[in-house]
Design a protein around this ligand. Structure first.
Ligand code: C2O
Ligand code: CU
Ligand code: CU
Length: 472
């Protein structure tokens, strides 16, 4: 039986149990449109060279996603995405945050290895009430592409537009013709008015997959590039549930980085899967002057009827009419990533879903769990600071789940027993339906309690979340 028919079967059973099961719909086609492609960079208000101080206010604003088309969103600094925070590895970053939303929120710094007290989760700080402020302050240790978003009612707050990129640069960045940050999202909107569709429990099982693709907060923008150049794209998947399978037809994607910074050596792909929460750093060589190619997301079946749609356009890459430049050479290697030493400390986390009404959880029709526990009804995994551990993440369900661990980065050991072919630092990985992925993680710094969860935000908010307590 194919995974598609299995998913439809699960949906049918689910309907018999009296709960809804809303399948995703196809995306709305939007013609390419001119306008700014890049999100603004947050101004650095501190003159010291190794301190970055930025101001962020969360507030409601009308955001123009295409010419003449605006949507009421929840924003950082009035834009979607929020301003890009830029720093260098080792910098002290201070974020003066004001909450002007109608409800409490926090900011989580996804992928940054910072002290637990600054992680922006409700176990580290009381959510910041409307009208209040909070200052986040931490040193950013690693170069890479990261992002920020709320960790309170994140399924709704992130969908409404609260997210931004956080780029940390380091030594050994490759020489390129241009560099862009590309934050991908999708919104579920009314096809006529483009207003955000109501938040409905029926979206919980597959996750709220949208019908309007956004690239840096705009529908089908144009990225202008110099012909012939070597262009770097730092992709972030900020969608609640959508898997992007990136492709630039006719071009090889040269992946140079993952969640945790540069790979040891570039990897070439025809297309590249980017799951919710994950980042990828990609080089492409642009074509002839005055040419256009449409970057697409290709079909991908992650279960529950998600595989039935064809390719959809994300943005157009357009070369200028100037003569082509000679592209800088793609470096053959970057820094060495030391393999984590073997460990006998192993843990198994089984990802589970449950259908039908759950009396203990207010009659919620869909619940998710890890090792039979529905968050927040969990006990922390207790670990020792300094240990290396090997975690097995076992997906017992018929749909994929993107697993994310806060505070640490890990190396994949094997997938269904097949050893990893490259060494890379990650904090978010796909666990395909029925699959088991093992990773090694070094709990080398930052004691405290950390969260791990599925990054399909409807799943995280309905129980597929747990806690790791790292004790000195
Ligand atoms: Cu972006 Cu707890 O995650
Ligand atoms: Cu995170
Ligand atoms: Cu999930």
């Amino acid at each position: 039986m194919s995974s598609t028919s299995r998913s439809i079967g699960a949906c049918a059973v689910f309907l018999l149990l009296g709960a809804g099961c809303q399948s995703p719909t196809d995306v709305i086609a939007i013609p390419p449109n001119e306008g700014a492609f890049d999100a603004p960079v947050a101004p650095d208000l501190d003159p010291a060279p190794d301190v970055v101080e930025v101001v962020l206010e969360a507030r409601l604003a009308s955001v123009e996603i295409a010419p003449g088309r605006s949507i009421e969103m929840w924003t950082y600094e009035g834009g979607v995405p929020g301003p890009t925070i830029e720093a260098r590895a080792g910098d002290l970053v201070r974020v003066r945050f004001t909450n002007s939303l109608p409800e409490a929120t926090t900011i989580h710094w996804h992928g940054l290895r910072i002290p637990a007290a600054m992680d922006g989760v409700p176990i580290a700080q009381a959510p910041i009430p409307p009208g209040e402020t909070f200052t986040y302050e931490f040193v950013v240790p690693d170069a890479g592409t990261f992002w920020y978003h709320p960790h309170v009612r994140s399924d709704e707050q992130v969908e409404r537009g609260l997210y931004g990129a956080f780029v940390v640069r380091g030594a050994g960045e490759p020489e390129v013709t241009s560099e862009r940050i590309v934050v991908l999202d999708d919104l579920l909107v009314d096809e006529q008015t483009f207003d955000l569709a109501p938040f409905d429990e029926d979206q919980a099982m597959p996750g709220r997959q949208g019908n309007l693709l956004l690239v840096n907060g705009r529908a089908h923008p144009i990225a202008g590039v110099r012909a012939g150049g070597l262009h770097r794209f730092r992709f972030v998947n900020a969608a609640n549930a959508r898997y992007f399978r990136l492709s630039a037809p006719g071009h090889r994607l040269i992946q140079i980085g993952t969640d945790g910074g540069l790979l040891e050596a570039p990897l070439e792909h025809d297309d590249l899967l980017l799951v919710p929460g994950e980042r990828a750093d990609v080089l492409v060589v642009a074509g002839e002057p005055s040419s256009s190619i449409a970057w697409q997301t290709l079909a991908y079946d992650r279960g529950h009827g998600t595989g039935q749609f064809g390719a959809a356009t994300l943005f157009t890459m357009r070369t200028s009419s100037e003569d082509a430049v000679a592209p800088p050479a793609v470096p053959g290697s970057f820094a060495v990533i030391e393999a984590l030493p073997p460990s006998t400390i192993t843990r198994e986390l089984r990802l589970q879903e449950m259908e039908g009404a759950h009396a203990a959880h207010g009659g919620a029709p869909v619940m998710f769990a890890i090792n039979d526990r529905v968050y927040p009804d969990v006990e922390s995994i207790v670990a020792r600071l300094g240990d290396v551990e090997v975690w097995s993440i076992v997906n017992t369900t018929e749909m994929d789940h993107p697993f994310h661990l806060h505070g640490f980065r890990f190396q994949i050991v094997d997938t269904d027993g097949a050893p990893a072919t490259e060494r890379a630092w990650r904090d978010t990985i796909n666990i395909a339906a029925g699959q088991t992925v093992r990773f090694a993680v070094s709990l080398d710094a930052n004691p405290g309690t950390w969260m791990f969860h599925c990054h399909i935000l409807e799943h995280a908010e309905r129980g597929m979340m747990g806690e790791l307590s790292v004790e000195p």
